[in-house]
Structures are given as C-alpha cells and as structure tokens.
Design a binder for this molecule. Structure first.
Ligand SMILES: NC(=O)c1ccc[n+]([C@@H]2O[C@H](COP(=O)([O-])OP(=O)(O)OC[C@H]3O[C@@H](n4cnc5c(N)ncnc54)[C@H](OP(=O)(O)O)[C@@H]3O)[C@@H](O)[C@H]2O)c1
Length: 316
C-alpha cells in the first residue's frame, strides 16, 4: 500500500517535544524515525552535525533540541547561543548541502509580549532577554541557510515529563498548602503531544508535495492566565491524588523573580489553519489526558520511559 518509508531524523529526542514526536511518529505506518539525543548528536558541533546527516541521509530533519532555561540563559548566554542559534544554523547548513528539508521549533519569546491581541507570523520580533534573542537568531540562521524549512513557533509547552509548568505545579502542590501563580500573564498552553501531532501533519503534507515553507504559529486553543492554568492542573490532578495545596494565590508578574517574560504569549494560529488545515486543539483535553497518563489507569504514578535513540537501536 505504501512506498518507501519516510526517514525522519530527530535531534533533542529526549526532550518534551522530541519524546512526544518519536512516540507518535513510530505509530505511523510509513515513518522511519531515527532518534538522536544530545549525547549522540550535539547540534552545536558543526562537524558532527554534517557527518551525522551525511551518514543517515534522512528525508527530513526535525530539530527538537534546545537550551530552554529562560532564567539560566541570562547567565549562560554563550551556551544558549551555541545551542539555539548556532545549532539551528549548523543543522540548516548541513540540510541545505544535502537537500534535506528542516523542521524547527521556535517560541513566543521572540516577541516582547506587549501586544495583547495575539501575534501573527509577520509581527516584528523584539525579544526581552537572552533566551528569546538566541531563539530569534536561530530562526534567522535557519532562514538564511535553508529556504526549505518549517519554523513552528509554539507557546507555554507542557508535558508529563521533564521540567515544565505542569510538572513544577504538581511538585509544589504536593509540598505546599499555598501556591502562588501569576494572574497578569496570558497565553495558550500547548501540550508536547499536540506539537508532535502538528509536526506529523505538516510532514505528511510536505511529503505529498506541499511547498509551503516558512514560519507558522501553533498553540493549544483557549487563552488563559498562569493562575487559571494552575487551577486547571490542580483540579485535574486532585481527581487522582490528595494534594497538600489548599489555596492558589494570584500574584502580579512583578512579584516573580527571574528573567523578564512576555506578558502576552498569545500566538494567532490562522496561517497554519489556512495553509495546512491544522486546527488548534483545546489544551484542557490534553491536560486531562496527560494527567491520566501520569497517574496510570489504577491511579499509581507511572514513570515515563525515555525514547530509544539511534545508538541504542544499533546496540552501541
Ligand atoms: N519549553 C517550552 O515552553 C517551549 C516553548 C516554546 C518553544 N519551545 C522550543 O521547543 C523546542 C523543544 O523544547 P522542549 O521543551 O521539548 O525542550 P526540552 O524538554 O528542554 O528538550 C530539549 C532537548 O534538547 C537537548 N539538547 C540540549 N542541548 C543540545 C545540543 N547542543 N545538541 C542536541 N541536543 C541538545 C536536551 O538534552 P539534555 O537535556 O541532555 O541537554 C533536551 O533533551 C526547543 O527549540 C524550545 O526552544 C519550548
């Protein structure tokens, strides 16, 4: 029924999006997924990137790597730049030389967040800090070097694994009676599995001949605040576990420590709908599903496995 499988090389395969993408793409009949984690493919090393891609010769590369700690990027700007900016550039150069389209993930942090009505793909970037600047430079490097790219900007990512807002809230809700949550920052939470679904849908259309290269916004549906997202997480988890938390206290973002963050992270997602027919999925549905996965069918917590990398698949 199908022709040759579509070989997709994934970088940063053990991150939130990397794992979700590898897990979902492996369920696709016609995908051959080759997963590389940081240890086996450091995107900041141009020589390694060139050699690995030339060895593998995938049909597509999906870059899920990233230095994503917004706060520590301020003190580690050269590391953030080397992964987010140089890494994207290295992949783009190697992909262009080998004629491989590149799919890459970017972020709302390239905007200053002062615009409340939602950012479109053509709005002017104005990052507030090192993290946003490094991601913006990554986009620029990528566009300059490999025109056959898709840059997918996503916001407020959450998943069942790793350090993200959902896992941090659950950790704190188990320890503290009162949780503080910012109520003047708006955005659309987006689950990593939803981003994986979008990447797969885009890949399928590229494979069918779409040439709609460029930059797209995607996020879960329904604008919320950090405070309301925290409430939703606690309500969902409380169905499975007796949490210590009794009160969620709304605070202004001025009371928060760390790097400055965009006050509005709302991304308009009409371009991806008009081009690829991809609709925003409600983040509340994914939240319920992820909470169910965290606790398992019988309510006991489940440890999420890491993905099998290329090196492990080859037994090395
Ligand atoms: N998290 C968010 O809220 C958010 C929002 C919007 C966009 N994004 C973007 O989405 C993408 C994926 O984010 P995520 O949340 O899935 O990230 P994540 O969970 O932090 O995973 C990133 C992965 O990249 C790996 N990595 C770090 N440096 C690397 C390098 N030099 N070479 C290869 N791999 C490297 C990390 O491995 P180690 O841990 O072993 O270093 C980690 O497994 C990133 O581009 C990120 O900027 C994230």
């Amino acid at each position: 029924m199908y022709g040759d499988p579509i070989k997709v090389l994934v970088t940063g395969a053990n991150g939130q999006i990397g794992r979700a993408f590898v897990q979902q793409a492996k369920l696709e009949e016609n995908f051959d997924v080759v997963a590389y984690d940081h240890k086996h493919l450091d995107v900041s090393d141009a020589a390694v990137v060139g050699a690995r891609l030339a060895d593998e010769l995938p049909h597509y590369v999906v870059n899920c790597s990233g230095f994503n700690s917004v706060d520590s990027a301020e003190a580690n700007s050269s590391l953030a730049m080397s992964v987010n900016a140089d890494g994207a550039g290295n992949l783009a150069r190697a992909c262009a030389e080998l004629s491989i389209p590149l799919l890459h993930i970017s972020t709302d942090y390239i905007f200053d967040g002062h615009y409340d009505s939602g950012y479109t793909e053509t709005d002017e970037p104005a990052p507030l800090g090192v993290f946003g600047r490094s991601k913006l430079q990554g986009e620029i490097n990528l566009r300059t070097q490999q025109p056959r790219h898709i840059i997918l900007r996503v916001s407020w990512l959450f998943s069942e694994t790793g350090r993200n807002y959902l896992t941090r809230v659950l950790e704190q809700a188990r320890e503290h009676k009162v949780l503080k949550a910012v109520d003047d920052r708006r955005g659309c939470p987006t689950s990593s599995m939803d981003v994986a679904r979008v990447l797969i849908a885009v890949l399928k259309q590229l494979e069918c001949g779409s040439e709609a290269w460029g930059t797209y916004h995607y996020s879960g549906a329904e604008i919320t605040t950090r405070y309301a997202f925290t409430e939703a997480i606690i309500a969902a988890a409380s169905q499975y576990e007796e949490l210590a938390v009794r009160k969620i206290k709304p605070i202004p973002s001025t009371e928060e420590s760390g790097a400055e963050r965009p006050s509005s992270a709302v991304l308009k997602c009409t371009q991806i709908l008009n081009t690829f027919g991809i609709r925003q999925r409600p983040w509340r549905v994914d939240l319920q599903r992820l909470i169910r996965e965290i606790y398992g069918e019988d309510g006991s917590k489940v440890i999420q496995p890491t993905v099998e990398t290329r090196a492990e698949a080859l037994g090395s």
